[in-house]
Design a protein. Sequence first.
Length: 435
Amino acid sequence: MTATLQRTFRSRRHWPALDSAAGGLALDLGLYAVSAAFAAVTAATSTLAPHRAWGAIAAGGYLVAALAVTGQLLVRRHRPDAAATGLAVRAAVTAFAWATATLLPLAVLSIQRAAGRTDRAQEEVVVVEHAGARLAEHGTPYLGHDAIASLPPAEQLLGYTPYQPGMALFGLPRAAVDAWWTDSRVWFALVTALVLALAVGTLRGRPAPAPGRRDAAVLRGVQAATVLPVCALTLATGGDDLPVLALCLLALAFAAADRPGRAGLAVGVAGALKLFAWPVAAVLIFWAATRRAGVRTALGAVGLPVAALLPALLVDRDALVENVLRFPLGHGLVTSPAQSPFPGHLIATLLPAGRVLAAALLVAVGVAIAVRLVRRPPRTAAATALIGGYGLLAAILLMPSTRFGYLLYPLALLVWAPALALAATRAADSPAAAR
């Protein structure tokens, strides 16, 4: 254990040097080059048609971005102070990479799907759009147990909506008009872009002793939430996790700006979309309690998800329970296809009483984090992001049913933390707040 802790501390000391090498360009080049290789391999080997289509388009975008960074490095070698190697150009390359590796594939897949290609979207796109249609027609996005059982066996999985009720709002455009631009992924991308822009504006709007370092850290955080392949692929082919992630990042940005009420509202909206925001909301409430604003934050963080659940609860309580509780816990008519080979899944499937053991490990991690929060609540937005990121990472690795794509949550939260630390308020930077 001591050796592990020592390696962790060494890696945390080495990260700033790696992140700032060649003015940040070295890591940019590695990001785009590895992403291009990942996209190319995905295009050639993936068993999922939407993933292959994404990889075929995204590989070119990542490659051009890598070549652009290579050019910046060559310019920097001869003219270190040239504007072409600065933060503004790095941000422009990031925007280009997101446009070509995420938005372009998303648009192509949406247009092809509207033209009749049924293999141009993952199941969650169809599920969200069906949920929107049911919400518009029946007042609840959920089908009950009997209604799902009456579907043909091949369609029962798509009958489940394992999200919070707010997610159905992204399906309302398709319920009104059948067009490529009403594809739920288009609206996922639009909301993600707007929310991330607000988060960046919030962080950059704070006075900082080293604004250049802060802006560089913010750019790195944006890259983690946009051009990182796990995010780009997810948004282009499925997309429902990205608005949730963006809202969590916005909530943490509000926390860094010492706005606990707004932080609660932002994470509350995220929690009304998907359960993955709830652990972040819990940690934020503990952070707010150190500022005597726990109730103010909890009103939004807890109140909004509860308010979103009430209409569905009143319309059909059993349907809500079937979709939001029974199916995710493995007690639905069909099992979840989320079967990534993480430790929790391997334990649950390969060991005797494996599901019980995996659940016990997951509960143990949850208890350990809860004890930590009670004894030493986070006093900075950066500490909140780190606890939330490592907690979600542990949960994703230990859940019996999970997806590789869920790693986008902890990765983005952990990379977002340095930007939060450099944009924190004076109160958050005080010695007492550093605990």
